[in-house]
Write a protein that binds this ligand. Structure first.
Ligand SMILES: C[S@@+](CC[C@H](N)C(=O)[O-])C[C@H]1O[C@@H](n2cnc3c(N)ncnc32)[C@H](O)[C@@H]1O
Length: 240
């Protein structure tokens, strides 16, 4: 999915469009709410707090953070970065309908266009963390907020599209050398999708679209309703 050496790296135009529709429909709102609550509880309020979303996709979680910060006295300097030009284009377009409130950059987590020791917070949501680089840009004592899939994530969809029940592909948050693990919480809920388009978007925004077979994709596209588990883990890592 990263295709870093390709002329068109990262998520494709089609994946970005699917994720934009799916997220804007609110299906992952509980994840955004938990993230915004957690981040805003500890970003400084006595100064403009700088926060980077590394692998921001089409910008949903930064838009949600900005909305949540609206009334609570936070002044935020936000940047969204993604290796996919399609993702950054979509994020910038959607942000422009509000007002220019964030910088959107095409770039790689491996080489962030950010000065060392300057950020108050960094988000990496279902992304590709490069801890040494994250540590370089965060101020000591600042927090990396990482969201990964838990073992039950989209279990029912996986059961339908794969011929045998596959062991869960859990991404256990590691203990990166430059960070201290502070906490992890689970965001676990049932989601009911009642139309074929939303189910197709969910499949298209995940790597399952490419991992499954043509038969698996056909089974998914025949669904008119799907009850599926969302299982995400939000971890906080403090920069030493
Ligand atoms: C699963 S998507 C998650 C997007 C967004 N965080 C969200 O949850 O909606 C992973 C994103 O990481 C981007 N990506 C992949 N490799 C990257 C890299 N090396 N640096 C920055 N972004 C990368 C992809 O283009 C894609 O937008």
């Amino acid at each position: 999915m990263q295709k870093k050496r390709s002329a068109d790296p990262g998520d494709s135009k089609m994946m970005v469009a699917a994720r934009q529709r799916f997220l804007n429909a609110g299906h992952y709102q509980p994840i955004a709410d938990a993230l915004s609550r957690t981040v805003l509880a500890e970003l400084p309020t006595n100064t403009t707090a700088s926060c980077l979303d590394a692998g921001c996709g089409e910008g949903y979680y930064l838009r949600q953070l900005r909305t949540a910060a609206g009334g609570d006295g936070h002044s935020l300097a936000l940047m969204g970065l993604d290796i996919s030009k399609w993702a950054v284009l979509s994020a910038a377009k959607q942000a422009a309908t509000i007002s220019p409130w964030a910088n959107w950059v095409v770039g790689s987590n491996a080489n962030l266009p950010v000065l060392s020791n300057t950020l108050n917070g960094l988000l990496c949501i279902f992304g590709f963390p490069v801890y040494s680089e994250f540590a370089r840009v965060l101020k000591p004592g600042s927090i990396l907020y990482q969201v990964d899939t838990g073992p039950d994530h989209l279990r029912e969809l996986r059961d339908i599209i794969y011929p045998r029940i596959r062991p869960a592909r859990t991404v256990e948050p590691q203990q990166p050398a430059e960070f201290t693990h502070r906490s992890s919480i689970s965001i676990h809920y049932r989601l009911t999708l009642t139309d074929t388009a939303a189910i197709a978007d969910l499949l298209a925004m995940t790597p399952h679209l490419y991992r499954t077979t043509a038969e698996g994709r056909a089974k998914a596209s025949a669904l008119t309703t799907l009850e599926v588990t969302v299982d995400a883990i939000l971890s906080r890592f403090e920069r030493h």
